[in-house]
Design a protein around this ligand. Structure first.
Ligand code: SAM
Length: 303
C-alpha cells in the first residue's frame, strides 16, 4: 500500500480553484489521482508515471475512469513534458508532483531500491532506461562517486566508502544491494541507532540513476507554462535539495508567484500515522499575477 502524503492539503489548495483539467505527474499507485478525480465530476485527469508497473497497476485499478474518459494514464516522465503529454501550454488548472519513490517500488526486491531486501543493484524507475545503479557503482570514476554522495546524499566524508568501492570493484563487480550495503556497514559501522549507514548512500545513488535533480530543474518552466492563468502547480518533496530547487524556481519565475512564503508540512497526526510523511514538504506556485478573474474558468471543462 502507498498512503498519499499531504492529501488533505493537496485537495484543499487544488479544490479552491475548481479544477477541470488536472495533471498528476507522479501517478504511483494513484492515491492522489483517485481523490483529485472527485474534485470535478465532469473534469479529466491526465496521470503520468515513468514506471511501467505503476501504469499497469493503474490500468487495472482505474479501468472505470479510463473507460469513462475521465482519466488518461500515460507512461512517461514529467522531465520531458512535451514528449509525455504533448505541447500543452495553458492547459491545466492543477498540476501535482509527489516526488521520490512509491512504497511498492521500495518493497519489491527485484527493483533494487532497498538494502533491506537483497536484489539486483538496479534503482531505475523507468526500466527502459539503460543506466542502473550497478553501472554507476562499477563504472563511474571515483571523483564522480564522491560528488554524488556528497551532494545528493549530503554525506560529509564519503571518502572511505568510495575508496573501498573502487578497491573492491577491481576484483569483483557489485551486482546486488546487499553486497553494497554490506561494504558500507563494514566501512562506516552503525553510528546512529535505527539509522542504517547505507540509507543516504542508496538515496544518492537513486537520485543519480534517475537524474532526479537536474530533470526536475529543467522541467519546471514547462510545467509552469502548462498551467492556465490562475492555475496551480503543487510539488511535494522529500529531500532538502529538491525543496531548495522548488523554492527558488517558484520565487524567481516571471510566470507567477509562490502562493505562500513558508513551506507546508504534514500535521503531527499524519507524521505519526505515516513515517514516510515526516520529511515531506509542499510548495505551491500560481501562474499569473493573482488578479485573474476565476469565474471565466468555472465552466470550460471539455473545451
Ligand atoms: C511518491 S510516488 C507517487 C505516489 C502517488 N502520489 C500516490 O499517491 O500513489 C512517486 C511516483 O512518481 C514516479 N516518478 C518519479 N519521477 C518521475 C518522473 N520524472 N516522471 C514520471 N513519474 C515519475 C515514480 O515512478 C513513482 O511511482
Amino acid at each position: 500500500m502507498h498512503k498519499p502524503v499531504l492529501l488533505k492539503e493537496v485537495l484543499h489548495f487544488s479544490g479552491e480553484i475548481h479544477p477541470h483539467r488536472i495533471l498528476d505527474g507522479t501517478f504511483g499507485r494513484g492515491g492522489h489521482t483517485r481523490e483529485l478525480l472527485k474534485l470535478s465530476p465532469t473534469g479529466e485527469v491526465t496521470a503520468l508515471d515513468q514506471d511501467l508497473d505503476a501504469i499497469t497497476y493503474g490500468c487495472d485499478t482505474f479501468a472505470t475512469d479510463i473507460n469513462a474518459g475521465r482519466l488518461r494514464l500515460l507512461h512517461g516522465s514529467f522531465h520531458d513534458l512535451k514528449s509525455a503529454v504533448g505541447a500543452e501550454e495553458g492547459r491545466y488548472d492543477v498540476i501535482l508532483l509527489d516526488l521520490g519513490v512509491s512504497s511498492p517500488q521500495l518493497d519489491v526486491a527485484e527493483r533494487g531500491f532497498s538494502f533491506y531486501h537483497d536484489g539486483p543493484l538496479d534503482m531505475r524507475m523507468n526500466r527502459s532506461q539503460t543506466t542502473t545503479a550497478a553501472d554507476v557503482v562499477n563504472d563511474w570514476p571515483e571523483v564522480e562517486l564522491l560528488t554524488i554522495f556528497k551532494e545528493y546524499g549530503e554525506i560529509r566524508r564519503p571518502d572511505r566508502v568510495v575508496r573501498a568501492i573502487v578497491q573492491d570493484r577491481k576484483t569483483q563487480r557489485f551486482t546486488t544491494t546487499r553486497q553494497l550495503a554490506g561494504l558500507i556497514e563494514r566501512v562506516e559501522g552503525w553510528k546512529r541507532k535505527g539509522h542504517h549507514p547505507a540509507t543516504t548512500y542508496f538515496l544518492a545513488l537513486r537520485m543519480a540513476v534517475n537524474n532526479e535533480l537536474e530533470g526536475l530543474s529543467q522541467a519546471l518552466p514547462d510545467l509552469m507554462r502548462a498551467l492556465r492563468l490562475g492555475g496551480r502547480l503543487l510539488v511535494i518533496t522529500f529531500h532538502s535539495l529538491e525543496d531548495r530547487i522548488i523554492k527558488y524556481a517558484f520565487k524567481e519565475s516571471e510566470l507567477g508567484f509562490p502562493l505562500f512564503k513558508k513551506v507546508i508540512v504534514p500535521t503531527r497526526e499524519e507524521q505519526a500515522e505515516n513515517p514516510r510523511a515526516r520529511s515531506a514538504k509542499l510548495r505551491i506556485f500560481q501562474r499569473g499575477s493573482g488578479n485573474e478573474d476565476e469565474s471565466q474558468y468555472a465552466t470550460d471543462a471539455g473545451d
